[in-house]
Design a protein around this ligand. Structure first.
Ligand code: IMP
Length: 204
């Protein structure tokens, strides 16, 4: 097995996410490539029952398809009042086709209809790295804890950012500057951990 990666594939077709990871992972001393650098590939279904299973499934599938060292992630929002929903279903919540204004309103409506008014929530991100033969060699998880706002605020970011207020702030993620979000986000935290593990693995 090639146990010293010479480059690594970030398995996302989302260009925003790819750019964010290129930035977050700049501490890794090997080139990073994206799916856009390769011929089109079929997207695997996220059939796992946890963030970790989905990240591993994507990393292993793309590694075998491409023969590349591959990093993949899975992320989402867990809300206490909804017993952890939408969780791994965050992207599908309210239907794949629905936009995030609709998803955010639906989520606020659902919370308002619960007996529990526990608005605590967390974003979670799991990153898995697979060797070219599809074996998962490392994994990292990051979280960012906060509360769900009473109504959507802000225009930065994406997804559930307008309704999530990270602990220690009064603004939602969508009201923070992207550099501020990047310092405390679940993705940033998972990325720092995976960088530490990669450097260790590569003996750097
Ligand atoms: P995936 O990890 O690309 O499958 O995305 C999972 C879902 O979680 C998507 O619907 C995202 O909108 C949502 N999500 C993940 N991270 C964030 C974030 O930082 N802000 C807002 N929504 C997020």
């Amino acid at each position: 097995m090639d146990n010293k990666p010479e480059r690594i594939l970030i398995a996302t077709s989302n260009t925003g996410k790819f750019r964010e990871y290129s930035d977050l992972l700049s501490g890794i001393p090997i080139p990073i490539i994206g799916l856009a650098n390769l011929p089109p590939l079929p997207e695997p279904d996220e059939t796992g029952s946890s963030f970790s299973e989905n990240a591993a499934l994507k990393a292993a599938r793309y590694a075998v398809l491409t023969g590349e060292w591959t990093m993949a992630d899975d992320s989402g929002l867990e809300v206490n009042a909804l017993n952890g929903a939408p969780g791994i279903h965050s992207a599908r919540f309210g239907g794949y086709g629905s936009d995030y204004r609709t998803k955010n309103e639906l989520l606020l409506d659902l919370i308002a209809r619960q007996e529990s008014d526990d608005r605590k929530a967390r974003f979670v991100c799991t990153i898995a790295v697979a060797s070219p033969d599809g074996v998962i060699v490392m994994e990292a998880q990051g979280e960012c804890r906060g509360v769900i706002a009473e109504s959507p605020r802000g225009i930065n970011g994406f997804g559930y950012d307008p309704i999530f207020i990270p602990n220690g702030f009064e603004q939602t993620f969508a009201e923070l500057r992207s550099e501020e979000k990047r310092e405390i986000s679940h993705r940033a935290r998972a990325s720092s951990e995976i960088i530490r593990k990669m450097l260790d693995f590569m003996g750097v």
